[in-house]
Design a protein around this ligand. Structure first.
Ligand SMILES: NC(=O)c1ccc[n+]([C@@H]2O[C@H](COP(=O)([O-])OP(=O)(O)OC[C@H]3O[C@@H](n4cnc5c(N)ncnc54)[C@H](OP(=O)(O)O)[C@@H]3O)[C@@H](O)[C@H]2O)c1
Length: 282
């Protein structure tokens, strides 16, 4: 049986906060959102979470762990599900073994996408991909005392993400083909990281939370908005998922909303897009 994690997390300055996956896009945003705290941000080279904690990890005195390390190659997970599980399941168990208050991150891809109204926390998961299955098992590996944040379609000013891919392709081509039959909530990592800080500061109950941008759209809508707001002269040709062959199935519909009292409400994805583009211009 899982032990309850100690609560509440000490509020205010100088909390000792460990961030895993600090080199990723969410890790980067969490570092900024928790800049007032005493942050130890570890990259994979300092702690590969497929193994137990290294000497870089303090054994005691941690007030909070933000676990942003993950295998996020959705298609790659189909070819190497065990590799993905080593990071997303065993890795999360290694982080939970620190026995510090823990925030871990999961995904809309735990759902099969057959619903046509927003997925809430009490909806039953049914992942269609190896990635989704490892993330679902990872939720369990975090233990009952963790905050498990399910989010979706992350983008930020760093790392590999759809927005940065579109900006690159839009600079090279007159037209890009983008799928128009998958609907979700593109979520700016800066907005998500700020919501995580609020959730912890307000000491909201642990367990599952759906935290994604307000509004929803298809990838093609998102691409058009990126080109419009960034002033890139590139057309979007709307295609179906069936027209492109990808190893991993994606949910056709994965809009996330929370049914829990006091749930953090994120800005609209268009505001996230504007905030991200502003960060890229800085
Ligand atoms: N990206 C999305 O659209 C999305 C959507 C919903 C949920 N999420 C979840 O949100 C969280 C953050 O995702 P993200 O978008 O920030 O991903 P990301 O940019 O791919 O960052 C993940 C980080 O984890 C690191 N990592 C991978 N394997 C590791 C290992 N064995 N040990 C330690 N670090 C390792 C990666 O290091 P390297 O750079 O060295 O590979 C990378 O820095 C993840 O839990 C993800 O599943 C993401």
């Amino acid at each position: 049986m899982e032990l309850e994690q100690p609560h509440p997390v000490r509020a205010g300055r100088s909390r000792r906060v460990l961030i895993t996956g600090a080199g990723g896009q969410l890790g980067h945003a969490l570092r900024q959102a928790f800049a007032d705290d005493d942050v130890l941000a570890l990259r994979r080279s300092e702690w590969d979470v497929t193994g137990p904690a290294t000497d870089a990890v303090p054994r005691e005195g941690l007030d909070l762990v933000l676990h942003a390390a993950a295998w996020t190659d959705v298609d790659g997970a189909e070819a190497d599900p065990q590799g993905a599980a080593a990071v997303n399941v065993a890795g999360t168990a290694h982080v939970a073994a620190l026995r510090a208050p823990l925030v871990t991150f999961s995904t809309d891809y735990v759902f099969d996408g057959r619903k046509r109204s927003p997925y809430v926390e009490s909806d039953g998961p049914n992942p269609a991909s190896a990635y989704g299955r490892t993330k679902l098992h990872g939720e369990a590996a975090a233990g009952h005392g963790a905050w498990v944040i399910r989010t979706s379609w992350l983008f930020g000013a760093t790392g590999n993400n759809f927005l940065r891919t579109m900006l690159r392709l839009g600079a090279e081509r007159a037209e890009v083909a983008v799928v128009d039959d998958q609907r979700g909530c593109p979520t700016f990592v800066g907005h998500l990281a700020a919501a995580v800080r609020d959730l912890v500061d307000e000491d909201l109950p642990t367990g599952l939370w759906h935290v994604a941008a307000d509004g929803d759209c298809t990838w093609a809508d998102f691409a058009e908005a990126i080109f419009l707001d960034a002033g890139v002269d590139c057309r979007v040709r709307r295609i179906t998922t069936a027209e492109i062959e990808r190893p991993a199935p994606r949910p056709a519909y994965s809009v996330l909303r929370s049914e829990r009292a006091g749930a953090p409400r994120l800005p609209h994805w268009r505001d996230g897009l504007r905030a991200c583009l502003a960060e890229l211009r800085r």
